[in-house]
Design a binder for this molecule. Structure first.
Ligand code: GCB
Length: 658
């Protein structure tokens, strides 16, 4: 196997990002000044040769409909392309894949007062986008949106063609990292994408594609920060206007409550502070009887010219986030995180956006009584994040810096990693659900390079946002770690009784407690366990419990719960996150049976036995910490004497003696 010079000629365009403006990236919403036109649906699709990834660029496949330059197949957008067909060449493709479709736009959009934007919410990993044969956007980074002003390249009253080249190649300087190697097969040399991270490198147009209009002078970006003084909410805001800079625009803002009543009206100025007496605060799920209260910030622009006003409505949650060396607080109250690491992953769609799936996921999160999750290991779709804002689920928002491990091209990597953080922050800075930024997962933080690297990463994140604590999920031994010093909160991942001491659930309590204490002693920061768990084949039952069985997962989690309860007395321990919410797909390896099976839900979102256990614990925590009454279907009726045994334990006679 030899390493390919993958960054040479064919991919140069794919790695350019300069065509994508570094401006605002507000979520496209309709208003009286904005219309949205979806381009989702069935597109035409073709893989470029693995041996010459640039063939489509060289032969100009984007200059005419893809079907005219060769065979195409139907491909849904949004979706990953990998699991749509029966063909493993499509599933395992390395390099460039082409998509295209045609569309019409209304004639009335052709106006000097109107701008038309083409927005992709997420294409993995890199994309070149052409409209009517012209390159309009080139973007690298698979989990964040990008857009281009396409007003001048559209054909009004005629058919338009959009073509997208998607490249899934990961290298030393992509985030996440990967490596392409050449493998000698019976049919000759083939490319293989290797990566260390433990989820399938799904590719394609994963998230919605829209065209939307704005007036030619438009609201480009809005930033809000909130605070609470006594019972007055404070909303600090800054509005950036885009478009013709010679024309002066006046910005005015209003605030509406959840019922649509104006609380504050027409405050003029592109930045300022709104004071909201008796503010209704944004609280996490179960921490308050009315969680996730959202106001609407209504922003308007007007000009003295004929350009019509622009109107944008941003949901705003008023909350006060704080942290010390032992706690993270929400509106003055310490939070205790009970949740999961997750993935965007499901059968057929891969990492493609799917409303039924994400709605089901939030129903399960609420059913189980969780109040948080980490967007392991990359930014999730904006629609998923909207749910978190609306339901009060706290998010540790992770950038795609997963398994950073090769510092060979450190400067380039650092730049790409910083860019990933900048883009994540730009997209999610206004979300009340985001309570922490996670700058990386399981990086090689014991290597000497890690010290300077993560100092720079932390500085960068702090320069973007000082209103939220930063964390990362660490897994190197505490005494060797060089990165935790730069974090506000220490997250640690450890697989006691799974990768370490497999089968020995009797080693969990001591090890978890000791490790958490060591992290706190070393860094004097709040600590949470960001990952623990064990693979479990749904339906495999073995007694006494044995690894991979449902019984074993129940025991493993339960032993951790005991450790956590003891740690909670130590005051610095702020949360527990199971790995994983649901089973998910991974690269093919002999340690994975149809993917990673550490979910408490199966890949099709049905509960394993562990889900029932977790539900009991999370609701018990909510009862203890948030004074919530748990649902009455938590336990099934067993016998009238049952309540007694819950308190005193089972009679000895029921326990087999040894
Ligand atoms: C980890 C990783 C996660 C893996 C998990 C596992 O430490 O952070 O991405 O999926 O372990 O199951 O091995």
């Amino acid at each position: 196997m030899g390493c390919v010079q993958w960054l040479s000629a064919p991919l140069v365009t794919m790695l350019m990002t300069s065509l994508v403006a570094a401006d605002g990236i507000l979520y496209p919403t309709e208003s009286e000044s904005r219309i949205i036109h979806s381009l989702d649906g069935i597109w035409a699709f073709r893989l470029a040769n693995e041996s010459e990834s640039s063939v489509g660029h060289r032969e100009g496949w984007y200059k005419q409909e893809l079907r005219k330059t060769g065979r195409t197949i139907a491909m849904p957008v949004p979706a990953s392309y990998n699991d749509i067909t029966q063909d493993k060449v499509v599933r395992d493709h390395v390099g460039v894949a082409w998509y295209d479709r045609t569309f019409y736009i209304p004639r009335k959009w052709n106006s000097s007062d109107t701008k038309i934007w083409l927005r992709f919410a997420g294409v993995h990993y890199a994309a070149d986008v052409f409209v009517n044969g012209e390159l309009v956007a080139s973007h690298a980074g698979g989990h964040v949106p990008f857009q281009a002003d396409v007003t001048s390249v559209l054909q009004y009253g005629q058919k338009n063609l959009i073509s997208v080249a998607v490249n899934n190649t990961l290298t030393d300087i992509t985030v996440p990292q990967g490596e392409v190697q050449q493998l000698q097969t019976d049919a000759g040399a083939r490319f293989v994408q290797y990566y260390k991270f433990d989820f399938f490198n799904y590719a394609g147009i994963h998230r919605p594609v829209v065209l939307y209009t704005t007036p030619s002078i438009y609201i480009d970006d809005i930033s809000v920060n909130t605070d609470v003084n006594d019972d007055t909410g404070v909303i600090e805001y800054v509005v950036r206007v885009g478009g013709d800079t010679k024309t002066r625009a006046t910005v005015s803002v209003s605030l509406l409550d959840r019922d649509g009543n104006y609380v504050i009206r027409n405050v003029v100025g592109d930045q300022g502070n709104l004071q909201v007496p008796q503010a209704r605060l944004w609280w996490p799920y179960l921490m308050n009887p009315e969680p996730a209260y959202l106001y609407t910030l209504e922003v308007r622009t007007s000009t003295e010219s004929a350009v019509p006003e622009d109107v944008y409505r941003l949901p705003v949650g008023i909350r006060k986030l704080g942290w010390t060396n032992t706690s993270v607080t929400m509106n003055g109250k310490a939070i205790y995180i009970r949740g999961f690491g997750r993935h965007e992953d499901s059968a057929i769609r891969g990492k493609g956006h799917d409303y039924p799936l994400i709605t089901r996921d939030y129903n399960l999160i609420k059913w189980i009584g969780a109040n948080a999750y980490r967007t392991s290991h990359y930014p999730y779709s904006e629609e998923i994040m909207d749910f978190a804002d609306r339901e009060g689920i706290m998010i540790i928002n992770e950038c795609p810096g997963v398994d950073i491990g090769s510092y060979g091209f450190k400067d380039e990597l650092l730049e790409a990693h910083k860019t990933a953080l900048t883009r994540l922050h730009r997209r999610d800075k206004n979300r009340p659900s985001v309570v922490m930024w996670s700058v990386a997962n399981e990086a090689l933080t014991a290597s000497p390079e890690a010290y300077g690297y993560f100092r720079d990463i932390a500085d960068h994140m702090k320069a973007l946002d000082i209103s939220r604590p930063i964390t990362m999920a660490l897994n190197k031994p505490c005494n060797l770690d060089l990165a935790g010093e730069f974090m506000d909160v220490i997250g640690f991942n450890r697989y006691n009784a799974w990768y370490v001491n497999s089968g020995r659930t009797d080693t969990i309590i001591q090890n978890v407690k000791e490790e958490a204490l060591n992290w706190h002693k070393k860094y004097n920061k709040p600590v949470l366990m960001t990952e623990y768990g064990g693979d479990t084949m749904a339906g495999l039952h073995l007694s006494p419990e044995y690894i991979w069985s449902e019984e074993y997962q129940v025991k493993l989690l339960s032993k951790h719960f005991e450790a956590f309860d003891q740690l909670r007395n130590e005051s610095f321990f702020i949360g527990e996150m199971i790995w994983n919410f649901a089973d998910f797909n991974t690269a093919q390896t002999y340690v994975r049976v149809g993917g990673n099976k550490k979910g408490v839900f199966t890949r099709d979102r049905q509960p394993k036995a562990s889900a029932q256990l977790v539900r009991k614990r999370y609701w018990a925590l909510a009862e203890e910490l948030d004074s919530v009454t748990p649902p009455d279907d938590l336990s099934e009726y067993v016998h009238e004497s049952h309540a007694k045994y819950l308190e005193t334990g089972l009679p000895d006679v029921w326990v087999t003696s040894v």
